[in-house]
Design a protein around this ligand. Sequence first.
Ligand code: ZN
Length: 185
Amino acid sequence: MTIQPVRLFGDPILRARAAEVTEFDRELRQLVADLTDTMHDDGGVGMAAPQIGVGLRVFVYDTGDAAGHLVNPTYTVVGDEEQVGPEGCLSIPGLRYDTRRALRVRASGVDMHGNPVEFDAEKLLARCVQHETDHLDGVLFIDRLDPASRKEAMRTIRESDWFNAGVTVRESRGAGQAGPFGRGR
Ligand SMILES: [Zn+2]
């Protein structure tokens, strides 16, 4: 197990655009393993490399129905149906807001060996693909909220102990304590 500490809101890496992966080497395989272990230990449905301090375009996911990883991911929205449901983020402890996302997407990218990957996703997996791909562009789910909720979210963050203490990294929580994307704490 190679569980890594999780970066929190306030760490600049979460606001930076992650770099394309160009080398499909042992380090990349280790990164995918670390991400997967940390996501599972922290009780998340998905985790992007910047969340463990690595500025590369990689994320992992495990919704229970589907699990895997994607390197240099992109997605296209399929259809025009949307979903609104609770979303949180392992990097923003304690926050959970209804977030509007596309209901279906087609995700594509490559795997850790550089082989092309493409899959269709809907519901939770589609939400996860959108959330994690956002991370690689320095976008957080609170940016996707309506203005009133976003304002409330920012206030909650500013009032939280960890943010006030300037804490930008925390240890993984241990399995099973959080729900999708790391709800509650
Ligand atoms: Zn997140």
